[in-house]
Design a binder for this molecule. Structure first.
Ligand SMILES: [Zn+2]
Length: 388
């Protein structure tokens, strides 16, 4: 028998000797599950299969006993396992109308290198994309991590993101709609790529590492250049059959209001987006306080319209208003109350995400790890590398 293969538990066929070990590693990276019992349950493996896999991974030094003792079930304490941080790395990047960013995370989801570059309102689309590619190159080069140890590249994109190629349709500086294919530019890294709308990436960060941990149902808002929303129900992101839309910013609130970038009138975007934010030096004092309350009112009406249809117990807000949570929060809550209370609908818990600039990038990288970690680890095991 080929030494790389063995018969599986039932003897009904052959499976890669390393397939189970790769699955275990990928699950440890994905969920951070620390115990053999939890890993076996998550992967649907028998205790014997899981023990064989962890023994193999321990002998190679791919995982180690972390030294922590955690609950292993009623009345049991068990030693926790941890994946070696430098076993592989994942690149994350995001592009939007106010900036481009990139980061590199290790197998424990720790950011080991990052960059954040502002984007000029007068910049051409080519210049924005080139700056982004340079930022990703800079992060990789600055980290000292060899390209062969990078599992994949996850990217967060604005607007409507194509599912079958890395392209998006969005409104970006210098003031026009763009239809941009970034697949060929990103292809220069020679990595597998996963792409999603930025608000999905940020909400993945919150779900896995942030304020939505342990919550199956919530709404995540991202207000940056535009306004996006992602809706989760019972642990699943709600996506239409064709594509993710999430364009909360173009919910029309006043049919006779100011003209929006989409061509319509009175969208939420014209009242509350980052695109329409006053310059930074004008964001203090009484006039700004009044503007903030007005913006909160519009955002509250838009969010309440969504909550009238679907009402999870938690709403997480990220983006430009997190720096002004003290003024925005109470006004937003009051606006939600005005809209929802007469209908007998409770105002959900409203929280502002912690100020992590790289949320979209880390979330994009986590999505890429979900997609590409298992084949990466299997190749690593088959090649017999010790990952040094
Ligand atoms: Zn619009």
């Amino acid at each position: 028998m080929c030494p790389k293969y063995r018969f599986n538990d039932t003897g009904s066929g052959i499976v890669s000797q390393f397939g189970t070990e790769a699955r275990v590693l990928a699950e440890m990276v994905r969920s951070g599950a620390p115990t053999r019992a939890e890993l076996a349950q998550r992967l649907g493996l028998s205790k014997a299969s899981l023990s064989r896999a962890t023994a193999g991974l321990l002998s190679r030094g791919f995982i180690h006993e972390s030294g922590l003792v955690v609950s292993g079930g009623p009345g049991r304490r068990t030693s926790a396992l941890a994946v070696r941080p430098d076993l592989g790395y994942i690149l994350g990047g995001d592009i939007e109308g106010m900036g481009v960013r990139a980061c590199l995370i290790d197998c424990t989801k720790t950011v080991v290198a990052s960059t954040d570059r502002p984007v000029g309102a007068e910049w051409s689309m080519d210049r924005i994309v080139c700056t982004w590619i340079e930022a990703i190159e800079e992060v990789l080069a600055g980290s000292g991590v060899p390209a062969r140890k990078v599992i994949g590249l996850g990217v967060g994109l604005p607007g409507l993101v194509s599912r079958d190629s890395v392209r998006f349709h969005a409104y970006l500086p210098p003031g026009r709609w763009v239809d941009v294919a970034v697949g060929s530019a990103l292809g220069s890294f020679g990595l597998p790529i996963s792409a999603a709308n930025n608000v999905i990436c940020v909400s993945e960060y919150e779900r896995r590492l942030g304020l939505a941990r342990g919550h199956g149902s919530f709404i995540a808002l991202l207000v940056r250049y535009g306004i996006g929303a992602a809706v989760y129900a019972h642990g699943e992101l709600i996506v239409g059959e064709q594509s993710f839309t999430g364009e909360l910013g173009h919910m029309r609130l006043d049919p006779h209001g100011p003209r929006c970038i989409c061509g319509g009138k009175g969208c939420l975007d014209v009242f509350a987006s980052g695109r329409t934010l006053p310059p930074e030096d004008a964001r203090s004092g009484d006039i700004w306080d009044g503007q903030l309350v007005e913006r909160a009112r519009w955002l509250g009406v838009g969010l309440a319209n969504l909550l009238k249809v679907y009402h999870p117990p938690l709403v997480i807000l990220n983006g430009i208003y997190n720096a002004y949570a003290g003024g925005m929060g109470p006004a937003l809550e009051a606006a939600l109350g005005d809209e929802l209370t007469p209908l007998g609908i409770d105002v959900p818990e409203l929280v502002f995400g912690s100020p992590v600039v790289l949320k979209a990038d880390v979330g994009a990288a986590l999505r890429a790890a979900d997609a590409f970690a298992e084949p990466y680890f299997e190749a690593l095991l088959v090649d017999g590398h010790d990952a040094e």
